[in-house]
Design a protein around this ligand. Structure first.
Ligand code: T4K
Length: 376
């Protein structure tokens, strides 16, 4: 097997035809308006609201700031507890902690790696104010069970929907669940605006406060009412979003094909498991994580990860280590019950996924996995 000269990274951002982007940004030279809710920002927000089919939406400079402000906007008392997942990107927990709140970690399900909603109730105390679950890799949380618990205990639900642009549950667009959902528009996502993010929500009263929070709390030039930050999306980002939105459906279709090639190639390899589609969902095929079972596959996830580098294939251990094992959090929180999360985090490996991949590329990556297993 010849080693590929081109490296396979875990992802490669989509770039639209440059002429289309140029055409959008030319307008910036006409308006001389670069940021602070310019015309492209307003246009993009309208289009996003319509695409995601939600009541309200507010754009931000990136997904993390959006998530942090989604939590801050409720002005929970400092030290309140928020139930969340340890199997996620750093951003989810950092947003809770940066808001002066205490994360309480709930275990995940082995089948789709989302928070195990059955285990949330036992973690609720008189200090609990919210649940922050993650639709991890675009696979939705059990939103119905989470709503039942939230309603019973009067908790807010803020979904980290960073990975789930375009996903639907039972034909309902995913941004309509919970009090607020955050979608990331980072360059590595299914849909992007270079950097960026949006909050979607149903309560229109949140709009004004979110607008204040993302603009330093400045209400009018003479009145500053909230200790806000700068979370504004600029016009170049909005222009990229407007153009990329034209391509997102074909991007998702292409991703589905690529994942199905992978599934076909990997289905008979002992010790490799991957997530399947569910009939009540419209998936967005955001990532392709596999679970490596050392006992059946013969080598650990870590060895496979290293060996693949010799084939110029750079996979990622999304998401390892668990949040609770990060240097900044280690020893601070109860973790003995996070058994499934630890199991998955120790075995997960995310394979390269981007629409420029051809069938022959998937064959190459799949064959490399087989070769590594055979060369034991
Ligand atoms: N919540 C969740 C659950 C999230 O996963 C994230 C972000 C957030 C919240 C926060 O949303 P944002 O504030 O980011 O909007 C990447 C992304 O930067 C991050 O957005 C994403 N999650 C996370 C899962 O992945 P890294 O540290 O792995 O990125 P990096 O630089 O290693 O890039 C990944 C791969 O992509 C590399 O192989 C290189 C390639 N790449 C990357 C960029 C930026 C390119 O080929 N071109 C590029 O321009 O975090």
């Amino acid at each position: 097997m010849n080693i590929s000269k081109e490296p396979y990274l875990v992802t490669k951002p989509f770039l639209p035809p440059i002429e289309e982007y140029k055409k959008e940004i030319e307008k910036i030279w006409e308006t001389n308006w670069l940021t602070n809710s310019g015309p492209l920002h307003e246009k993009f927000n309208k289009e996003i609201k319509s695409y995601l089919n939600v009541k309200e939406s507010t754009l931000f400079v990136n997904g993390h700031i959006a998530l942090e402000l989604a939590i801050k906007v409720f002005e929970f008392p400092k030290g309140s507890e928020v139930i969340t997942t340890p199997f996620t990107f750093a951003s989810t927990t950092h947003a809770i902690v940066n808001s002066g709140l205490t994360p309480v970690f709930c275990d995940i399900k082995l089948d789709d790696f989302t928070i195990d909603a059955q285990k949330i109730e036992s973690l609720i105390t008189e200090k609990t104010v919210a649940i922050v679950p993650v639709h991890i890799f675009g696979y939705p949380v059990d939103v119905y069970m989470v709503k039942k618990i939230a309603d019973k205990y009067n908790l807010k639900v803020i979904y980290d929907a960073a990975h789930s642009f375009g996903v639907k549950i039972d034909d309902v667009d995913i941004g309509n669940f919970g009090d607020i959902s955050m979608f990331s528009f980072h360059a590595t996502k299914v849909f992007h605006s270079i950097e960026g993010g949006v909050l979607t929500y149903g309560d229109e009263k949140l709009k004004n406060r979110l607008d204040l929070y993302k603009n330093f709390g400045v209400n009018t030039p003479d009145s500053v009412d909230i200790v806000g930050i700068n979370g504004k999306m600029n016009e170049f980002q909005a222009a990229m979003g407007v153009v990329n939105l034209r391509y997102v459906d074909s991007e998702i279709n292409r991703r589905e094909k690529i994942i199905n090639f992978y599934r076909e190639n990997l289905k008979n390899i002992a010790g490799i498991r991957y997530l399947e589609d569910k009939i009540f969902l419209k998936h967005n095929y955001a990532y392709f994580p596999i679970i490596v079972d050392e006992k059946k596959f013969g080598i650990t996830r870590d060895i496979l990860h290293e060996e693949l580098k010799k084939y110029n294939i750079f996979t990622r251990k999304y998401f390892y280590p668990l949040i609770t094992d990060f240097g900044c959090y280690k020893g601070l929180y109860e973790t003995s019950h996070l058994i499934n999360a630890k199991h998955i985090s120790d075995r997960v490996l995310t394979l390269p996924l981007y629409t420029q991949l051809k069938e022959s590329d998937i064959d190459y990556i799949s064959l490399a996995i087989v070769k590594i297993q055979q060369n034991l």
